[in-house]
Design a protein around this ligand. Structure first.
Ligand code: PEP
Ligand code: MN
Length: 363
């Protein structure tokens, strides 16, 4: 166990008496009314299950020419909406100018975004701007799966005296095609928890999943790991959002998600269950890979379909299929899988593959 960090527990600076601490709000502040209406609706639907409001003011976008945030003008919109519902508000800061503007506007909590955590220069510049100031800071993981870089950012902030600290796990970007926008790679925050149990971990299923449908499952997985909080993007009209439209949920849906979560109490026997969490995290990762590989396989089937179409070949080539099944049976048997399972599995794979090939041929 490492005790070099001096960190105040969440209960010392947030109103979340029980887990999880919930931060909600739109990806971006778009207008004064949108912010106020979203925040009002969130509190109306979720009541005291939400403890803090978020909104992006400066948006770090991958490509230029997309909406880059309303800028400073949005700070009072957010602050006033927070006052109206009696909740603290947080924004992303990426440089000392953002820090200064946010502090001047009375923003309660700051967060460092994933694209900023990757840069020690930027993180240090933010830390220097915060020296001697008592404000909580949340640190998103870097976009790349590098635990040391993440821990380094916590160290830099803690070293200038910021002790109300938590990290946000928002998944890691990956070049491989995936069902997730940013695959969770749960083993990384689990390792962080193992090494530094005093650092609170908040899970951001919105940026992990990238689509509305995945929010609940990922939030529950975060609770299953025994993590401490959730940051979820919510918008009054998600489809019309100026950024991250696909992953935002309405305040009503947010309430449904929060009400259906099963919250695990890791205080009870946390150490005992840790191996179980780790094993499940590995299983979840493998399951995600299986799906990714199947998607890739079906993509190849379509290319084959295209080729067969042009060469006037039949979709089903019996001999080729017999060989595929034979190889799978042998490989599976060596790994301890039953013949029945392999046959069933490959029958389904074959059906799906034929479906994809004929789709191309019929075009
Ligand atoms: C965000 O929270 O809207 C955001 C930009 O997130 P991230 O830094 O995780 O990409
Ligand atoms: Mn976003």
């Amino acid at each position: 166990m490492n005790d070099k960090f001096n960190i105040v527990p969440l209960s010392g600076w947030t109103r979340a008496e029980n887990k999880p601490l919930v931060i909600a709000g739109p990806c971006s502040a778009e207008g004064e009314e949108q912010v106020l209406e979203t925040v009002t609706q969130i509190v109306k639907h979720c009541g005291d299950k939400v403890h803090m409001i978020r909104a992006g003011i400066w948006k770090p976008r991958t490509r230029p020419n997309s909406f880059e945030g309303v800028g400073e003008i949005g700070l009072p919109w957010l602050k006033n909406a927070g006052i109206a519902v009696g909740l603290p508000v947080c924004v992303e800061v990426a440089n000392p100018e953002h820090v200064e503007a946010a502090l001047k506007a009375g923003i309660d909590v700051l967060w460092i975004g994933a694209r900023t955590t990757v840069s020690p220069f930027n993180v240090q510049a933010i830390a220097d701007a915060l020296k001697g100031i008592d404000i909580p800071v949340l640190i998103k993981n870097p976009v790349n799966p590098d635990l040391e870089l993440w821990v380094g950012a916590v160290e830099r902030l803690n070293a200038v005296g910021i002790d109300k600290l938590a990290v946000i796990h928002r998944g890691f970007s990956s070049y491989q095609k995936s069902i997730y926008r940013n695959p969770p790679m749960w083993e990384i925050p689990i390792e962080l928890r193992r090494r530094y149990p005093q650092i609170p971990i908040i899970v951001d299923p919105s940026h992990m999943g990238g689509t509305r449908d995945l929010i609940y499952v990922l939030a529950q997985q975060g609770m299953d790991m025994g993590f401490d909080g959730l940051m979820i993007e919510s918008h009054i009209q998600p489809d019309k959002a100026w950024s991250d439209a696909k992953q935002q949920v309405t305040p009503g849906r947010l309430a449904e998600i929060l009400n259906s979560l099963i919250v695990r109490q890791p205080e009870v026997g946390q150490d005992e269950f840790q191996p179980l969490h780790e094993l499940r995290a590995r299983v979840d990762r493998i399951d995600a890979y299986i799906i990714e590989l199947l998607c890739e396989r079906m993509g190849l089937s379509e290319e084959i379909g295209e080729f067969k179409k042009n060469a006037h070949l039949a979709v089903h080539q019996a001999e080729r299929w017999r060989q595929i099944v034979q190889r799978a049976l042998e490989k599976g048997k060596n790994g301890g899988l039953t013949e029945e399972f392999i046959l069933k599995l490959f029958q389904q794979v074959h059906n799906e593959s034929i479906f994809h090939q004929t789709k191309v041929m019929e075009k």
